[in-house]
Design a protein around this ligand. Structure first.
Ligand code: NDP
Length: 499
């Protein structure tokens, strides 16, 4: 296929447009055992790059070097570590335009979302730069006379980071930044669908004042290099974001070595729209939550639970809004929804459209593959009406620009539907009633609850994670990250008598 690069496209910074993109193994940029092509989902004629796939010997070598580097990094002074994280964060923010463009080119989210993601990734690093200086322990008197206790956190060791394609820079950053902040080495396996963003971030980290091999990039498929990484006894902790089935496999592999695991997986987030809601606000929140990032978000609003009194008026506005969304090339200014990430994901999405119809749901709009001037994975945003919470389209994560409306007769029924799921990442309510908002906030069984805000979108300085099948292990982000990236040491000290 002849390369046809969009005028707005930028290339990976590492080695220029025509050179293969390498892995970072034990501190060296190296070729691997094979290679993959990465194409732009907005325009398949645009080859983003050819990316090397790391081999298992390289994985072993880099894990060994990571162990050595981690010991050195742990002895670096606090301000030296802080400066490293600050530099990474500042560079990401300064280059958000350029690297966001690259991200949008390979993942398919509109430019504003790509740039916003890279900027936010930078903020994770600057936040954890400050956290380098805030590692304050606890102390206590012992129950034994003359004995003092000092409780402090130490690095957990070598951390494997396995990240998905939907937020290739932000998700990786909210794992890598705390891992480094708390004194660990990192071996990162990014999703093979988004290797260019991974090389760009790794290149920035590799230029910092860090011990050789403290940070590694091992590109390759989950089934090969990912599986070997999670099975390795050289890994002390694994932080994973992705699907539930893969999460369960990773947990099963990790337990063989008693490796610490933290996993953030899918969800089936609900937005409850009450009869007292500001309907225009509710529609805006539902559209953004359902179709932002082409619906490929673990926090997407995939169930819209609507009070019967406002159902028809809300649905009319929602469908009109969805039909007005401009689907297009991610790099075109004005595009509101880019393509789906891959042919496989698009096929699965269309299968869910067929399933929903077979289950008796009414497809009010969208849900179709779109023919566009560029050959890509385009799909129109789809809305199902007349659905029940028992339908598979309301129980399984679709990761698609598809959402379902579920009609309810009361606030109590809405809450019950919101909570009737195996997942539990986010939920939201749109209401002007303080009483309902408060009750919902306290009774929704999700890790994140929003009031008059979208179900998607989280801050970096507070915990993020869910319940049920959505998460496993300690929360990510904010100070909570210390729970996973450190281990606690309790020291008993008998100083004796000064005389
Ligand atoms: P996966 O769970 O397959 O992939 C997530 C990451 O895990 C990728 O880096 C992948 O590598 C890696 N991986 C896959 N298998 C293994 C393994 N056996 N051992 C170690 N690592 C592994 O998600 P997909 O990208 O395939 O997406 C499928 C579905 O998962 C989506 O439709 C969505 O429902 C859900 N998902 C949820 C996300 C979330 O944010 N919660 C994010 C992404 C997906 P590689 O892809 O390179 O093979």
């Amino acid at each position: 296929m002849k390369a046809k690069v969009h005028p707005n496209a930028v290339d990976t910074p590492q080695l220029g447009p025509d050179v293969k993109k390498l892995n970072l193994i034990a501190g060296e940029w190296l070729a691997g055992e094979g290679e993959i092509e990465n194409r732009n989902p907005s325009d398949l004629s645009d080859l983003v790059g050819v990316f090397e796939q790391a081999g298992s010997d390289q994985l072993d070598a880099t894990l060994d070097q990571a162990r050595v580097a981690q010991a050195a990094w742990a002895t670096y002074g606090l301000e030296r570590k802080q400066a490293v994280l600050m530099n990474i964060g500042t560079e990401l923010m300064d280059r958000a335009q350029e690297l966001g463009n690259l991200l949008s080119r390979e993942e398919g989210k509109p430019l504003a979302e790509g740039r916003g993601e890279v900027y936010r990734a930078g903020q994770f690093f600057t936040y954890y730069a400050a956290e380098c200086l805030r590692q304050i322990g606890e102390n206590a008197d012992s129950v034994r006379d003359g004995v003092e206790i000092d409780v402090r956190r130490e690095p957990v060791g070598v951390v494997a980071v396995i990240s998905p394609w939907n937020f290739p820079t932000a998700t990786a950053s909210w794992k890598i930044a705390p891992a480094l902040c708390y004194g660990n080495a990192v071996v990162w396996k990014p999703a093979n669908l988004t290797p260019a963003s991974a090389v760009a971030l790794a290149e920035i980290i590799s230029r910092q004042d860090i011990p050789k091999g403290l940070f590694s990039l091992v590109m390759g498929s989950g089934r090969s290099i990912g599986q070997r990484l999670v099975e390795s006894s050289k890994v002390d902790a694994i932080s994973f974001t992705g699907s539930v089935p893969v999460g369960k496999e990773i947990a099963a592999a990790a337990i063989q070595n008693l490796t610490k695991v933290q996993m953030e997986m899918g969800s089936k987030n609900a937005l409850a729209v009450m009869d007292d809601a500001d309907l225009d606000l509710a529609v805006t929140l539902a559209l953004g939550g359902a179709f932002g990032g082409t619906g490929q978000k673990c926090t997407a609003s995939s169930r819209i639970v609507v009070h019967a009194t406002v159902h028809d008026a809300f649905v009319e506005k929602l469908v009109t809004g969805a039909q007005a969304i401009k689907v297009g090339h991610a790099l075109e200014e004005g595009t509101q929804m880019g393509p789906v990430v891959s042919e496989q994901q698009l096929r699965e999405n269309l299968a869910y459209v067929d399933l929903g119809k077979a289950e008796g749901a009414e497809l009010a709009c969208g849900g179709q593959r779109l023919e566009m001037p560029h050959d890509g994975y385009y799909m129109s945003p789809g809305i199902f009406l007349n659905t029940t919470n028992k339908m598979r389209i309301n129980r399984e994560e679709m990761f698609a620009p598809l959402t379902s409306v579920i009609k309810v007769d009361s606030y109590e029924q809405a809450l019950s539907v919101v909570n009737d799921t195996n997942f539990g990442l986010t939920s939201g309510i749109v209401t002007q009633s303080l009483a309902r908002a408060t009750h919902f906030r306290r009774n929704a069984r999700t890790g994140v609850v929003t009031v008059n805000l979208p179900t998607a979108g989280t801050d970096y300085h507070v915990p993020f994670g869910g319940r049920g099948d959505s998460s496993y292990g300690p929360r990510e982000q904010g100070k909570s990250a210390a729970e996973f990236y450190t281990t606690v040491k309790t020291a008993y000290i008998s100083a004796g008598s000064p005389g």
